[in-house]
Design a protein around this ligand. Structure first.
Ligand SMILES: *Cc1c(COP(=O)(O)O)cnc(C)c1O
Length: 364
């Protein structure tokens, strides 16, 4: 039995007619940049997930850049970023001219360890980028307590956590700014690049709104130096079709994860930890095993697709070598990158396929 790591065609086949009709309407009305589809999406997204409001943007990286500017990050500032995440979590900090200071993660959840944040703080620290990695909310109460104590601006990178809740509250509006990605492989994916920005703070939200469209509230009048971060109309149109299905898709991911957790029995395997303060929306299901490469080969022979997410921590990337955070300095993340392997987890997997993944892992 074949179990691909991810097959986006199934989801898109299932909604094809509805999606193409929506895209055709956008095409016919030439609503190509922002416009009604995006405005509707911003309203629908906020209403469905519990945000006060949202801004559609053109990727998940753009709102991270906007958030860094909203936080006033700049030259001479340090911003704490988990070292085990997608690289983009650090781009906003770097492009604002500040320096990422990479911090280690917790063993169980792969998320920032609040105690290690405290240890990484210096007089230059201006903010924290929290990542809710693999769909699992980070320990926001502890993180916000550290932030409050040191007056830090908190960005929540929710690219993998759309629909996730922390103690009942939607992620992204606990800190000062929240960011989402609608890259096609994410839990809510567009038909191209897309993202969103949320904030509970009016000043931050209005600043991001200006940054999104060339620093301007009125055409050809530019209050601040801005960007072009506009979401395109096709993304809004497709995301409006997909949004009502997100809760069911996330629930299916959770059901698959529960089966993996209950039924994977393999010596030395570490499964992702479940926590009592929130439920993961399982963008990834990442396990760890000391013989990860051999396990992957074994799974490939049984036609089970896997991926390495992530094989190299950020402090060990060539682009950040100049920061001098040496090998061995962030051991939990380094060990995670050496032992992690992600299993297939997408809503369209059949129960038989999930069973085949479990049997194949257990047979290793
Ligand atoms: C996908 C992702 C991003 C960036 O999103 P893009 O839409 O690809 O720009 C940022 N952070 C994390 C954790 C991601 O997984």
């Amino acid at each position: 039995m074949k179990v691909p790591f991810l097959d986006l065609s199934l989801q898109h086949k299932a909604i094809r007619e509805e999606a193409l009709a929506a895209l055709a309407a956008t095409y016919d009305a030439t609503r190509f940049c922002l416009g009604k589809d995006v405005e509707d999406f911003e309203k629908n997204f906020s209403a469905a997930l519990g945000y006060p409001r949202a801004l559609g943007m053109n990727s998940g990286t753009s709102p991270l850049l906007a958030a860094s500017h909203c936080g006033g990050f700049g030259p001479g500032d340090e911003v704490i970023v988990p070292t085990f995440t997608f690289i983009s979590s650090a781009w906003g900090v770097s492009h604002a001219g500040a320096t990422p200071r990479f911090a280690d993660i917790e063993e169980g959840t792969f998320n920032l360890d609040p105690e290690k944040i405290e240890a990484a703080i210096t007089p230059k620290t201006k903010g924290i980028v929290v990542v809710h990695l693999f769909g699992q909310p980070a320990r926001m109460d502890e993180i916000m307590a550290v932030a409050k104590k040191h007056n830090l601006f908190v960005v929540e990178d929710c690219a993998q956590a759309v629909g996730a809740r922390y103690k009942g509250a939607p992620v992204g509006v606990i800190g000062d700014a929240g960011t989402f990605s609608f890259y096609p492989t994410k839990n809510l994916g567009g038909c191209g690049e897309g993202g969103a920005f949320v904030s509970r703070r009016d000043d931050v939200f209005e600043n991001a709104r200006l940054l999104r469209v060339h620093g301007s509230a009125r055409r050809y009048y530019h209050d601040i130096v801005g960007f072009n971060f506009r979401m395109d109309g096709f993304q809004g149109a497709l995301l409006n079709i997909k949004l009502p299905r997100l809760a069911a898709w996330n629930a299916r991911r959770q059901a698959i994860a529960q089966r993996y957790i209950a039924e994977i029995k393999l010596a030395d395997v570490i499964l992702p930890q479940t926590v009592d303060y929130g439920a993961s929306v399982y963008h990834q299901f990442t396990i760890r095993h000391p013989r990860r490469d051999a396990l992957r080969e074994h799974l490939a022979k049984r036609e089970v697709g896997t991926d390495l997410i992530y094989p190299v921590a950020l402090h060990q990337q060539a682009c950040y070598a100049h920061l001098g955070q040496k090998a061995g300095s962030l051991p939990v993340a380094e060990k995670a990158s050496a032992t992690c392997v992600s299993l297939p987890i997408f809503p369209e997997l059949t129960d038989e396929q999930v069973g085949h993944v479990i049997e194949s892992v257990n047979a290793f």
